[in-house]
Design a binder for this molecule. Structure first.
Ligand SMILES: O=P(O)(O)OC[C@H]1O[C@](O)(CO)[C@@H](O)[C@@H]1O
Length: 324
């Protein structure tokens, strides 16, 4: 079933009990980050519907009180077997809440606790419009459009149609820069990421899943607005930052951070969504596509960094190896 049809079914099922009032997203790590645009979309665009984004285990142990007959639960797990996310889905299913599971492996434990299983694209040459991030966004967009209505629905779909081409061009565009970045940062003990708005999840993922998990480099993702409320005190000529400059409403926050870094830092890698071609998407919806752009440009850097550091992205010492 397409996401549009899934939501039509849920909306129809909930007609007699007051409709959809809350949408909850629960996942871990990279899948959690991929939900960031969907969460931001509903926070920004919806006037009635409430949205929550949860780490799966927090959802399990601190389930929101509003979770019930007017809720929808969307979970995501790449391999469909992360225990905390499977448990979150199970809680949803047991509560009679419709559970939509986004996964790459449809024949996996999470499918047992989902009412609707959605497979997304992944891997070399994937269609960016079919990725987890966009599928998650579509759950949010369809829910809003089919309940409160969404004025920019057609414009949003035009963005979906454009994103694959934009991202693939952007990846080519950064190839040389990524090699230079890898050479310049191969011995760094810390690299910070920075961003804002609906694209912040990409900075979060790069920090926790790549620099920390896959390269064992210390990192934190700093919100560009929050930078001036503590983190900027660590700035000097040696400390490296990767700064996402979004297209859309929060660009001013990122540009402010850049102005500061241009004065006091020396090692700043700038990922500017405008420079990377995102502006061909209409300004009314462009915010929600920053994540897909940044999150797919980062791997060009990550591959180069892993090769330069001779530390394959698949290396782990604890994950999936010890009990945790
Ligand atoms: O539930 P998923 O999406 O399979 O995630 C499992 C793991 O994959 C990562 O997202 C990346 O390795 C981790 O952060 C997470 O623990």
């Amino acid at each position: 079933m397409e996401i549009k049809e899934i939501i039509e079914k849920i909306v129809s099922d909930k007609k007699d009990v007051g409709g959809i009032k809350q949408v909850y997203y629960a996942a871990c790590g990279g899948s959690y980050g991929a939900f960031y645009p969907a969460k931001t979309f509903l926070e920004t665009e919806a006037t009635e519907i409430k949205v929550g984004l949860y780490n799966s285990n927090e959802f399990v142990h601190n389930t929101p009180r509003a979770f019930g007959e007017n809720s929808v639960l969307v979970v995501a797990s790449h391999k469909g077997n992360t225990p905390e996310t499977v448990k979150a889905a199970e809680i949803g299913k047991k509560a009679g809440v419709p559970v939509i599971a986004l996964t790459w492996i449809t024949d996996s434990p999470i499918a047992e606790h989902a009412d609707y299983v959605v497979k997304y694209t992944f891997g070399e040459g994937k269609d960016i419009a079919g990725e987890k991030t966009i599928k998650a966004l579509l759950t949010a967009v369809e829910i809003l459009n089919q309940t409160e209505g969404y004025t920019h629905y057609d414009t949003f779909m035009d963005g979906v149609a454009k994103i694959d081409h934009i991202v693939k061009n952007a990846c080519k565009h950064v190839e040389k820069r990524a090699l230079t970045f890898a050479k310049n940062h191969k011995d760094d003990k810390v690299i910070y990421t920075m961003g804002s708005g609906a694209g912040f999840g990409a900075a979060y993922m790069e920090s926790i899943c790549i620099f920390m998990e896959m390269q064992w480099i210390n990192s934190a993702s700093i919100h560009s607005g929050e930078f001036f409320h503590g983190p900027f005190e660590i700035t000097d000529a040696e400390i490296p930052f990767v700064l996402q400059i979004s297209e859309g409403s929060t660009r001013a926050l990122d540009e402010r951070a850049l102005r500061f870094l241009n004065r006091y830092a020396k090692r700043v890698e700038i990922l500017d969504a405008k420079d990377l071609g995102l502006s061909t998407i209409d300004s009314s919806v462009v915010d929600y596509f920053n994540h897909s752009l940044f999150n797919n440009v980062y791997p060009v850097y990550n591959q180069a960094l892993a090769i330069e550091r001779e530390h394959p992205l698949t290396t782990r010492r604890y994950m999936w190896k010890v009990e945790y």
